[in-house]
Design a protein around this ligand. Sequence first.
Ligand SMILES: [Zn+2]
Ligand SMILES: [Zn+2]
Length: 342
Amino acid sequence: MLALVKVAPGPGLELRDVPEPVIGINDVLVKVRRTGICGTDLHIAAWDAWAARTIVPPLVVGHEFVGQVVAVGSNVVDFRPGDLVSGEGHVVCGRCRHCLAGRRHLCANTIGLGVGRDGAFAEYVALPMTNVWHHWPGIDEEVAAIFDPFGNAVHTALAFPVLGEDVLVSGAGPIGLMATAVVRHAGARFVVVSEPNPARRAIALRMGATVAVDPRERDLREAGRELGMVEGYDVALEMSGNPAALRAAITAMAHGGGVAILGIPTEEIALDVNEIVFKMLTLRGIYGREMYETWYKMTVMLQSGLDIAPAITHRFSFHDHEAAFAAARSGDVGKVIMDWTA
Ligand SMILES: [Zn+2]
Ligand SMILES: [Zn+2]
């Protein structure tokens, strides 16, 4: 089969002919139809410091996908050939305290699809059946392809109650864009998106942002006051990993607010802990999705009118993977989809 492979340490990915995955008795083999390009994939392609210490080549990359089941192991009864599925990209151990308690997203032994094991940028991908999600009828196939990052967005957006609250979203990459639509759907009053890139600010407005501001030009507290916020933001979703963005969010929060942090910084961030203490803020790190409560919520929110499709802006055949990665890297895009059927 053809797959996008990190062949050796160093920058680049190669489209190569590799053996199809061999499935065990508990596994599901999926013929991939569409995939989403994630920041993680860009890091691996570029071979930055994180990739160099994390990735062991050769590795098939990619973890955001939708496809059809083509074969199942002898122990698998819930999946049949032809089923439309996506994969939860975090393969957990099933044996630790949190896994046994049903809090699988907290597993400390998580292995990432396309990071610690061969991934989904391929014609076929294999996963344990406990990592496979059946799509409900009526879910758009492109949206189904990005359930993994959509899950990040939902998990972060719903980390704190947002009904009637004023929300700051810092960073309007694909996950920030989807989170904007989610908090709007979940009943937030004002949603202020902070994002330096004008193309992404424009998409944020289509996703339901009340205003989208350039943080280099606008003070976030000022933007909130103009809308009529009484004290500051009740909830902040930090999606950028940028030190200045996290500090600005903390400064702009109302007392008792919650800051959900999904963006991954590349360096340590110094924070004014006095502000956190005297404002009695809660900072919460978010990684991955809840298995499978987040997946359930994604599905039912789509059924009840949530539309995240505007976050998908570019589509390429997998043969044009270089152009697809270049688009994703440019930062002027929402989610970039690769089609593995043509
Ligand atoms: Zn991803
Ligand atoms: Zn575990």
